[in-house]
Write a protein that binds this ligand. Structure first.
Ligand code: SF4
Ligand code: SF4
Ligand code: SF4
Length: 215
């Protein structure tokens, strides 16, 4: 029963994995909600998410607690590639594997995969990542049915990416390899890096086809 409620709560969260709620992602916040955390800590979800959470939890809706942030237009990360020093810190910080690159080489963001969490911005030691806002965020104003369906598909996608990433990090821990020594930081030859990047692009394209999105 608890698992069922956890799943319902987690599904109601936007899955950006931004940690603005103070927890390590959407599922950890869902677990904290069951343990009694306030329902108004998710800025990306905003009022509409609070409303759904209140109906699941059987409590009254509360206004978003702005000390955790405000709901705003969705932004996507953009890397000023000429300034990138290839340190891989952004790849390690990204909760949904939306950045590709290899050690000491330029990195770039797969724009359509970016959840807008902005965790990579703080991770970059040379401030070469900025957030660019283009679309309407999860709960600002009314959205069309097709836009809503797209958001739902994106949330499922980010959640799966987050789970895969956590699994990978757990595996690294079991093998006692520190996260900053994962494959992204092992020095590559240019040819190996090129292969790695092409493989990442083709994985992404396959995923997008699966989700019915244009290449
Ligand atoms: S979207 Fe961000 S703030 Fe909202 S629950 Fe997920 S991690 Fe927390
Ligand atoms: S690219 Fe940056 S903003 Fe986008 S999901 Fe990854 S860490 Fe978050
Ligand atoms: S953190 Fe900044 S400098 Fe380092 S790889 Fe990412 S974009 Fe490049």
């Amino acid at each position: 029963m608890e698992n069922e409620i956890l799943e319902r709560i987690n599904r109601a969260l936007p899955q950006t994995q931004c940690r603005k709620c103070g927890f390590d992602g959407c599922e950890p916040y869902a677990q904290a909600l069951i343990a009694g955390a306030e329902i108004n800590r998710c800025p990306p979800g905003g009022d509409s998410t609070i409303k759904i959470l209140s109906s699941i939890m059987g409590t009254s809706p509360l206004p978003l607690d702005s000390s955790y942030g405000i709901t705003k237009a969705k932004a996507e990360a953009y890397i000023h590639e000429k300034d990138c020093i290839g340190c891989t810190k952004c790849i390690i910080a990204c909760p949904v594997d939306a950045i590709i690159g290899a050690a000491k080489l330029m990195h770039t963001v797969l724009k359509d995969e970016c959840s807008g969490c902005d965790l990579c911005v703080k991770a970059c030691p040379v401030d070469c990542i900025e957030m660019r806002s283009e679309k309407i965020y999860h709960s600002v104003g009314q959205v069309s049915n097709s836009e809503f369906a797209k958001k739902q598909r994106q949330a499922v996608f980010w959640r799966e990416r987050f789970d895969n990433r956590n699994q990978r990090h757990d595996n690294l821990k079991k093998k006692k390899i520190p996260e900053d020594k994962n494959s992204a930081t092992i020095p590559f030859s240019r040819e190996e890096a090129r292969k790695e990047i092409l493989a990442a692009i083709s994985r992404t394209q396959a995923k997008r086809e699966l989700m019915g999105r244009p290449r």
